[in-house]
Ligand binder design. Sequence first.
Ligand code: HEC
Length: 120
Amino acid sequence: PPMAAAVGSPEDVRNLSHYVLSLSKSPHDSLRASLGKSKFSACAACHGMDGKGNQALGAPNLTDDVWLHGWGEAAITAMINNGKTNQMPAQAEKLTEAQINVLASYVWSLSSNGAAAAAR
Ligand code: HEC
């Protein structure tokens, strides 16, 4: 959701962006990050106090340096100000059930969980 109102002034949002960047050790301004840290409580309900995310809510891990929607002060500030509702287009019309099964196995094999399961 757009979170700027819960965070405070544009300066607060900017400081918080640097704190978010610091969670993954991405380049950031450490003074701004320390000023922004307390504002992260507004984010913790979904991303967790430690920023590691919540799969059930679809809230990404902010500590892993994997960015779905870009990183850097401008990208994170825009995310806080505007929010984002991503949607994957449905594919059922284009594929048979058998193709979906095979694709699901393939996608699972790409993840570290899938690779570990295949190795067992
Ligand atoms: C109500 C739950 C919720 C709250 C509160 C929330 N977020 Fe999120 N956040 C999400 C979800 C869900 C996504 C994934 C959006 C998508 O990809 O469609 C997300 C995505 C993000 C991303 C993008 C991550 C990436 O990989 O590109 C950032 C950055 C982010 N949130 C930061 C914050 C910050 C900072 C706050 C607090 C000011 C916050 N969020 C509050 C649910 C939340």
